[in-house]
Design a binder for this molecule. Structure first.
Ligand SMILES: [Fe+2]
Length: 665
C-alpha cells in the first residue's frame, strides 16, 4: 500500500519508535522493528501508584536502557489519555506541534480521515471542560488522589503546559456514519462487518500527525487514540493472524470506554464503539460497598456473595448502553437494586461500611454487579462473533485489552465460548498504552508486517530496565550492618525453596521488573500455599484487608494436575481456574474454590527454578505469589526499595539476584 514508506524503512538498521503515554500509569517505551525493547513506568520511579505523566528524565532512562540516543529515534507515538488529552512538563523539555506543516515530516503516514461528530452532537470533551478539571486539581492538589498521581509535577503544577489536539481529530469521539448504532447489543449480529472491513477507512481515523521536540530534537510522530493503542498492544502481541478485538476500560464516558476491531495480518480496522460503560459501572459499585473506586477489590469480594440482586434488565439493553450521563447508570442500578434488596429482606445497615464489607448486602451487591458486567461482556462478544459469521469473516481468536480485561473470571468465561485462542497481554491496563501506540503506528499506519510469533507463546512481561550486578552490590552496601547478606549464586533457588518449606515469607527480586499490575515472579512476595494461616499472615504483611485473596504460581508443566476449567498456559495471571484439591492449597483457594493462576514456564528462568526446587522438596509445584510492595505503593523497582520493604515489614527473607538478605536483630 505504501511502497515509499516500506522502501525507506528497510534501508536502515531497524525502525525505532518512542512510545509515550502521559496519562495515569504514565510510561515510556521503545520498540525496534515492532519488538519491545523496554517499558518504564513513571510510578516505579516516583513511588506514587498510577502516577500521571512523564518527564525528560524518564525518556533518557529508556534511551540509556536500550543504548540509543534521540538521534536514533525515527518516530514518536503518543497515546491519548481519556480525561486528560496530554500534560506536558516544561516547554523547554518537551513540546508538541500540530500545525499542518507537521504532516510534511510524515510522508509515510496516511493523512487522518476527519471523524464526524457523534450524531447527537455530544462532543463530551472540550477545552472548557478540560480547563475546568485542571483548575479543580490545582486547587485541591494537597488532598486529592488525582493530584497525588500528578506527583512528578507537584512543584510546578501551575507551570504545566497543557496541549489539546485539534478537535474532532484525536478525541475519544470518533463516529463513522457507517458504524452501527448499537442501541441494543442484540443488533450486533446485523453489523455489516464485511463492508466496514473492505472500506478500511476507520483504520485511519484514530491518529493525528504531530511533531514532538524533546531537548531540542524534533521527531515526527502521531497521536494514537487511547483504545486503538489498547487494541494494538493486545493483537500485535497475540501471535494470531486474525482476530476480533475488544477493548474496554474504566473511562469516565461510555463513548470512549471501548472499541471493537477486526484484525488480519498487520491491519486493524475499528468497526464499532461498544458504548458500554462496564468499567465505570464496576468502579462505582466498588465505591458504594466501601472499596473506593477499586475494581480489583470488587473482583476479590464478588465470590463472597451470591448474585441474588442481579437484574437481567441491565443486560443487552439501553440501560447500560450509550448512556449520556455515565454516573447515572451506576446510581440508577444501585437505587433500583437496593430497593429490591429491601423487599427481599436484606438488612442495609452494613451497606458501605468497610469493617462489614463481607456482610450479605455488600458481598451480594458485588456478586450481582460482577454478573451484570460478565453477562454484558458475553453478549458483546457473542454478538460480534455472530456478525463475523453472518459476514463470512472467520477469525482465529479473541484479543482483549483495557483495564476491564484484568477481570480473570470474565476472561475465563470468554475462553469457554470456544471462539479460538483468547489472548490478554500482561499490560492490558494503561501501562500498555505507550507500547500500543508505537505498535499501532508501526504495523497499522506504516503497514509493516508483524514478526511471526507462535500462538500461545508468551511475550516477556519483564520489560523494566536492567539491574546491573554492581547496582545490586551498591544497594545492599548502603544498608551496612543492619542486614546480613549471603551470596548464594546457583544455590539461590534451593535455599529459597528451603525457606518457603520452613514457612518463611520471602521476597523474590529477579532481573527486569514486570510491566502491568501483576507481579509475575520478578518482584514477588511468596509463601507456602499449603498453610491456611499464610492467607491472613501475608495480608497483614502487605497491610491489606484480611479477606483479600492470593494467587498461585505453578510450574507450567504441572498446572493441569492442580487447576482445571481454564486455558493453559496462563503466564500473566489473567485467567481463573478451579482448584482441584482445595484442602491441599488453602492459602490460594478463594472462597468459591477458584484461583487466579499464573503458569511458569522454563523460559522464565530463576522463578521456574525456585518452583521446581520447592516441588522437589515438598511435592508441591505451587507457591503463593503476590506483589512486592506495601499498602498503596507501586511494585518495588530498585533493589534498595526491596530491602527497605524487608526492613519495615514482617517479611522474613529477601532474595535479590542471587543474594539472600535478612535483617540483623
Ligand atoms: Fe485504558
Amino acid at each position: 500500500l505504501y511502497p515509499r514508506a516500506l522502501s525507506q524503512l528497510f534501508l536502515h538498521n531497524g525502525v525505532n519508535i518512542l512510545g509515550l503515554h502521559f496519562g495515569h500509569d504514565g510510561a515510556v517505551a521503545i520498540i525496534t522493528d515492532g519488538i519491545v525493547r523496554t517499558v518504564l513506568l513513571t510510578e516505579r520511579i516516583t513511588r506514587v501508584k498510577h502516577a500521571v505523566g512523564i518527564d525528560r528524565a524518564l525518556i533518557e532512562r529508556a534511551l540509556k536502557a536500550t543504548n540509543l540516543t534521540l538521534n536514533d529515534i525515527d518516530y514518536c507515538a503518543i497515546a491519548t489519555t481519556q480525561t486528560i488529552p496530554i500534560i506536558l512538563s516544561r516547554k523547554d523539555e518537551i513540546s508538541l506541534d500540530f500545525s499542518a506543516a507537521t504532516a510534511a515530516a510524515l510522508p509515510h503516514i496516511p493523512s487522518p480521515i476527519a471523524a464526524e461528530p457523534y450524531a447527537s452532537g455530544n462532543i463530551w470533551l472540550s477545552n472548557d471542560t478540560f480547563d475546568f478539571s485542571m483548575r479543580i486539581w490545582k486547587e485541591r492538589r494537597a488532598a486529592s488522589d488525582t493530584a497525588k498521581r500528578l506527583s512528578i509535577y507537584r512543584d510546578g503544577l501551575d507551570d504545566l503546559e497543557v496541549v489539546m489536539p485539534p478537535e474532532n481529530v484525536v478525541s475519544p469521539v470518533q463516529w463513522r456514519e457507517q458504524w452501527p448504532d448499537l442501541g441494543r447489543l442484540s443488533t450486533l449480529p446485523q453489523m455489516k462487518l464485511k463492508d466496514l472491513w473492505a472500506a478500511q477507512d476507520s483504520r485511519f481515523v484514530f491518529h493525528h500527525p504531530c511533531t514532538i521536540t524533546i531537548s531540542g530534537k524534533t521527531i515526527p510522530g502521531v497521536f494514537v487514540d487511547h483504545q486503538a493503542a489498547h487494541a494494538a498492544d493486545t493483537y500485535y502481541h497475540s501471535g494470531l493472524s486474525s482476530a476480533l478485538i475488544l477493548c474496554y476500560d474504566g473511562a469516565s464516558q461510555p463513548m470512549s470506554a471501548g472499541l471493537l476491531c477486526l484484525a488480519q495480518g498487520n491491519t486493524i480496522v475499528p468497526v464499532a464503539r461498544p458504548y458500554t460503560w462496564l468499567g465505570g459501572f464496576y468502579n462505582c459499585v466498588a465505591n458504594a460497598v466501601s472499596l473506593g473506586y477499586d475494581a480489583g477489590k470488587l473482583m476479590g469480594l464478588a465470590p463472597y456473595g451470591v448474585p441474588n440482586l442481579f437484574d437481567p434488565a441491565y443486560v443487552e439493553t439501553a440501560r447500560i448502553l450509550r448512556p449520556m450521563n455515565a454516573i447515572g447508570i451506576a446510581d440508577r442500578w444501585l437505587k433500583e437494586t437496593l430497593e429490591r434488596a429491601k423487599k427481599l429482606g436484606y438488612s442495609l445497615d452494613a451497606l458501605g461500611k468497610r469493617a462489614q464489607v463481607l456482610e450479605p448486602i455488600n458481598a451480594d451487591l458485588a456478586a450481582s454487579a460482577h454478573k451484570t458486567f460478565e453477562e454484558n461482556v458475553l453478549a458483546l462478544i457473542r454478538g460480534v462473533a455472530a456478525a463475523a459469521r453472518n459476514n463470512h469473516m472467520p477469525f482465529d481468536g479473541i484479543c482483549l485489552s483495557g483495564g476491564c480485561a484484568l477481570s480473570c473470571p470474565t476472561n475465563t468465561l470468554i475462553a469457554g465460548e470456544n471462539m479460538g485462542h483468547v489472548f490478554v497481554p500482561p499490560s492490558c491496563d494503561d501501562t500498555g498504552l505507550a507500547v500500543g501506540a508505537a505498535l499501532w503506528m508501526h504495523h497499522n499506519l506504516l503497514s509493516v508486517p508483524v514478526p511471526s510469533r507462535p500462538v500461545g507463546e508468551p511475550i516477556s512481561p519483564y520489560q523494566g530496565a536492567d539491574i546491573a550486578p554492581a547496582d545490586v552490590e551498591q544497594a545492599l552496601a548502603r544498608f551496612g550492618d543492619s542486614i546480613r547478606v549471603e551470596h548464594l549464586g546457583k544455590r539461590t533457588s534451593i535455599a529459597a525453596a528451603e525457606d518457603l518449606t520452613a514457612d518463611k515469607v520471602i521476597g523474590w527480586f529477579e532481573g527486569r521488573s514486570e510491566i502491568g499490575p501483576r507481579a509475575l515472579g520478578h518482584r514477588s512476595l511468596l509463601a507456602d500455599p499449603r498453610k491456611a494461616a499464610n492467607w491472613p499472615r501475608v495480608n497483614e504483611i502487605k497491610g491489606r484487608e484480611k479477606w483479600r485473596p492470593f494467587a498461585p504460581a505453578v510450574l507450567e508443566e504441572k498446572a493441569s494436575a492442580h487447576f482445571s476449567g481454564m486455558p493453559f498456559p496462563s503466564p500473566y495471571m489473567l485467567f481463573t481456574g478451579d482448584v482441584l484439591d482445595r484442602s491441599a492449597l488453602p492459602a490460594i483457594t478463594h472462597t468459591d474454590g477458584t484461583a487466579r493462576v499464573q503458569t511458569v514456564s522454563r523460559k522464565t528462568g530463576g522463578f521456574h527454578d525456585l518452583l521446581a526446587a520447592f516441588d522437589a522438596q515438598t511435592g508441591c509445584p505451587v507457591v503463593m505469589n503476590t506483589s512486592l510492595n506495601g499498602p498503596g505503593e507501586p511494585i518495588v523497582e530498585a533493589p534498595e526499595e526491596a530491602v527497605r520493604f524487608l526492613m519495615k515489614s514482617d517479611m522474613d527473607v529477601l532474595y535479590v539476584d542471587g543474594h539472600r538478605v535478612t535483617k540483623r536483630s
